[in-house]
Write a protein that binds this ligand. Structure first.
Ligand code: ZN
Length: 243
């Protein structure tokens, strides 16, 4: 747990510290992963990943607004035409966060029936994970925010998964952050960016947990706290005035 302490202590100190001067207003883009037409993974009970992503993204927007952030929500209608259009739609923000839910590979799936319909599931894996790209122009900020979110969620009791370590190298094993270098939304951008996988929707128990409104709002609260902490640690330095 020791590696967690500096991040948590820093976040806590910043959170509790009185403002010495007017802090810049953090600006965050929240991207809803996948689309209406291509909904991503399908849950154990047959629900499209896009629907899970949209619900959590809405809660995250609320949580960020409650902390005073300016938020741009991307792909709320599920009609965005391309991956590259997502960071383009973000405009000038301090951080781009893409919201997703995880699945498992075909070979790990088992058949079952839900509501009279044939479905597939795997109860082997569960938990959240985070991704950053080494090809992003601001890897330090991207990684700091991913670690900050990971630390906050674990502090709140959310348990990450290491299932993605089989394919994606660790950026921070303790905080469940991986490198995923060639993800378009993470590298084809001038912005610090990260991708959050909230949990494994092919896991029957975790699917229910992920659809529980109170738990989902709590997770969004943790993500928002992590984002605000990391943006307060190292404000982006650019020309021009910040609001
Ligand atoms: Zn996805």
């Amino acid at each position: 747990m020791n590696a967690l302490l500096p991040t948590l202590a820093l976040a806590a100190a910043l959170w509790g510290a009185p403002a010495l001067c007017a802090a810049p207003v953090p600006r965050v883009a929240v991207d809803i992963g996948h689309t209406q037409a291509a909904g991503g993974a399908t849950s154990a009970r047959g629900r499209a990943e896009f629907e899970f992503n949209r619900d959590l993204a809405h809660d995250l927007v609320d949580a960020l607004h409650a902390r005073g952030a300016v938020v741009t929500l991307i792909n709320d209608d599920g009609l965005i035409p391309s991956l590259a259009a997502r960071p383009e739609a973000a405009g000038e923000v301090d951080l781009f966060v893409s919201i997703h839910h995880d699945s498992v590979s075909e070979s790990e799936l088992e058949p079952w029936t839900w509501n009279g319909e044939p479905q597939t599931y795997s109860d082997v894996w569960q938990g959240h994970s985070l991704f950053v790209s080494r090809d992003n122009p601001d890897l330090p900020r991207s990684l700091l925010c991913a670690r900050s979110i990971g630390a906050r969620l674990q502090h709140m009791g959310f348990v990450p998964t290491d299932k993605n370590a089989r394919r994606r190298p660790w950026a921070d094993q303790q905080l469940a952050v991986h490198y995923y270098d060639n993800l378009v939304v993470l590298y084809r951008t001038a912005l610090p960016a990260l991708l959050f996988e909230a949990g494994v929707i092919k896991n029957r128990d975790e699917e229910l947990a992920l659809t529980d409104p109170a738990r989902r709002a709590r997770m969004a609260d943790g993500i928002a706290t992590g984002i605000m902490a990391c943006l307060s640690v190292a404000p982006r330095e650019e020309g021009g005035e910040r609001p």
